[in-house]
Design a protein around this ligand. Structure first.
Ligand code: SF4
Length: 177
């Protein structure tokens, strides 16, 4: 590429797993060799893929998982403040998913049952009474449904966003499991 035609700036992408199982991240990695293509056009900010711990100004934020504790809420708000486009990825982010199955139980009872006591170490994030989907706390621009969304859905979403289009997933890529 000559100095007259500098390469277009790469989009900056951050990803995080809140109350999730990392299965959505694993599905993202299933785009396999297309990652080499992707890395020509994007660079990763905070993500389990980079181990960067604090989100900076980004073009796209991918949120896996809902909100089960105060730290999740803080991280989600930091993503909203820094990411131009925020995407709820997977059933847990969109509806609360499996972790929200605890919503009909008392959180204190659950902690006592599991740990024999309510853990009170100040280092631990404060559990929320209910698990919330991310849209209940911040504005979300797009959703990628599925548990997890298929790798091709991540690919299509990123292709559309990189091209400046609203993402459109064809029928085969929309999952409700
Ligand atoms: Fe895991 Fe499914 Fe939740 Fe993704 S949506 S974090 S794969 S349980």
């Amino acid at each position: 590429m000559s100095a007259k035609n500098p390469a277009p700036a790469k989009l900056r992408v951050a990803t995080v797993s809140l109350a999730g199982c990392f299965g959505c991240h694993m599905s993202f990695l299933d785009i396999d060799e297309r990652l080499f293509d992707l890395i020509e056009h994007i660079t990763f900010d905070r993500s389990p893929l980079t181990d960067i711990k604090t989100v900076g100004p980004c073009d796209i934020g991918l949120i896996e998982g809902g909100l089960c504790n105060a730290e999740n809420v803080e991280v989600l708000r930091a993503f909203r403040a820094n990411c131009r486009v925020l995407v709820a990825v997977g059933a847990c982010a969109i509806t609360g998913g499996l972790p929200a199955w605890r919503n009909h139980l008392d959180v204190g009872d659950i902690l006592r049952k599991v740990y024999g006591t309510v853990p009170d170490d100040p280092e631990l994030p404060l559990p929320l009474n209910r698990v919330h989907p991310v849209h209940e706390v911040v504005r979300i621009d797009h959703s990628l449904p599925g548990c997890p969304p298929p790798a091709d859905a991540f690919w299509q979403l990123l292709q559309d966003l990189m091209a400046g289009r609203d993402p459109v997933l064809n029928k085969g890529l929309i999952r409700y499991d």
